[in-house]
Design a protein. Sequence first.
Length: 260
Amino acid sequence: MTDTDSVICERRGQAFWITINRPDKRNAINAGVVAGISRGYHDAHDDKKVRVIVLTGAGDKAFCAGADLQNSGAAFAMEFSRPNVDYADLLRLSQNATKPAIARVGGVCMAGGMGLLCMTDMAVAADHVIFGLPEVKVGVFPMQVLSLLQSIAPRRLVSEWSLTGEPFDARTAQAAGLLNYVVPSAELDAKVDWLVNRIIDKSPTAIRRGKYAMRAIASMSFDESIAYTESQIALLAMTEDAREGLKAFGEKRKPSWSGK
């Protein structure tokens, strides 16, 4: 286990857990949190035994309440000689990741925390969780969060959330496409484990190449997308996992994935 002041990274079987470890600050984002999550993503991809990432927050009060506003100047500061912002780079990193990620949302999810939620592939939340984009209440706007949110939730809902800054509940978040499952708090970990187990018994090669393709075709036209994907399925069929999967299907047994 690697433990820093802000983030705990831990491999549990074939799942790599990244936990924001600032429960006294409602797991608010600071430089250490961004660096810790980024490190976790890199470590998870470097470890061949890891099949899925789980992103969560310590305690039961908050998944992530957004930027740490105790030092508001630092929260929105930018070094003008650098074209990139660290939080934006984290969102970029997540979108280029080839291992699936699940958000485990056990408490409030606000502002920049919504960006962390959106950067994962799937999400499970406790039914009491409150979500929101309250930035307009402090004179800013969820600029970077919108880069991911607008492709997940309906445009009019995104507009309402962003322009009013008012919170909404877990069922609304699920109906909008932000969450896969909403469960009672006592069932949250079991549901996350269930989802993890539905991933780790599948082909790691198919998932890795599939995520790569999903990212590539996101902004393509249909004609571009179909041309790209027809070549990708031909390449995928040449992998060891594809050969093993088809052989196992014919022999009516569970496949033994090599990840190649």
